[in-house]
Ligand binder design. Sequence first.
Ligand code: GLU
Length: 519
Amino acid sequence: MDKKVRVRFAPSPTGPLHIGGVRTALYNYLFARQHGGDLIFRIEDTDSTRFVPGAEEYIIESFKWLGIQFDEGVSFGGDHGPYRQSERRDIYKKYVQVLLDNGKAYIAFDTPEELDAKRKEVENFQYDASTRLQMRNSLTLAPEEVTRLIEEGHQYVVRFRIEPGRDVEVDDLIRGKVVINSSILDDKVLYKSADELPTYHLANIVDDHLMEVTHVIRGEEWLPSAPLHVLLYEAFGWADTMPRFAHLPLLLKPIGNGKLSKRDGDKLGFPVFPLEWHDPKSGEVSSGYREKGYLPQAVVNFLALLGWNPGEAHDEMMTLEELVQYFDLSKCSKNGAKFDYVKAAWFNHQYLLQQPDEAWAPAYGKVLAEQGITASVSQMAEVVRMMKTKVIEYVDGQGNKKKRNISFASDLWPLTKFFFVAPEAFDLEDKFIKKNWKEGTADEMTRFSQRLAAVETWTVEGLKAEIDPWVEAEQLRPWNAWRVCLVGAGQGPDMYELAAFLGKEETLQRMKFAITQLG
Ligand code: GLU
């Protein structure tokens, strides 16, 4: 019988979770769900010097927001715990001893100064089979000497004894066979007596084994560690239950070459973190997808397609359930995926349109509040209904003016200000105003406003029923000039809709003001 699929997401709490890490977790989630398996959340915090307070909570909150659920792990419980590596010291000690006992590892006392001296002496020094016998370790010192040094409290590390000249095969589900010769590997430090903690490599392998992990799905940056991990599994005698590896493609800059960085986001104006992050040390605030106005479904959908696509099976819009259904780890790309932040905004636009107009209210209300405006939920929903499919102008990464769909509640403000704020002045150079406000327009608008004042039912239907025939009979085309009065520019929704929203009094008020201003 096949073993139950168990995968893990194992971040180090060294700061906010990068969007690439979110993609890694998402792929693990999709893989676990489609195989009826378990997703484990493990915190790899053995490097205490890089620990950042709040990072763990931040990561947990991020997945909660995104709707990516774990089955066990830190804050989720489970019977393979503890899931925080700093709480597993005794377990690692035991396994370090296993490797020392079977001769796969050894104790080394070389001080940083001694190692430096050696590096100066030997060109391209590497602690390995060719040099280890020149160093101060349990392979060169007498056993009594080793015991004495330890008892006297000298610091030491435990190193992995790598046999040279072997082709180590990593069988990767995405990349196929990757072969590396063991001679290029150094005798990696697995454990440090100074803090009584293992290094990443040992803790990672021991935990994957003890937590019965079947597949290691992680970023490409970990591929160079994989041969070492294979050798560690062998050294423990766990080769038979070694997890399958899958190293995901890198996320690349939207423009130019290389890995996506926070700088790209700052420069082009998109977040690289799921949630806003307040750095506890520097106080620096980094923007997040949530605060920027993204819907979690949009972020999930967008990220899922960075490195994989459903081919003919489905279009790009996929719910989490559909992603679970169609995702195929073996069809992931080996090549890096360009981070198309314009596409991210497009996805958000699509998901915003799918929600009811009222659902925009909390975010749109915040945008309005920043401008000192309060509006009811139904008013906001009305404006959203009228304006959500309009386009806005933006400046792209190369400084070009472009147009895009409304992708965030904040996009609405420049397009909807006039619903709440009457025009205060008219730009006489504005093309639309120039074209539509001529000799005689003021008189025409005065007549029009007198007729409007007599309208009995001030609704879209009421206005239509009374004004359409009147306009016809009077042979007038008042629409653009009316728009100048109410909006102050050549934009906005259908005029009856706008007038109905503003109400009779405000509509007439604005017309009067425009007539006096423009004459
Ligand atoms: N702690 C590593 C990280 O921060 C885990 C790498 C792995 O998945 O093996 O990504």
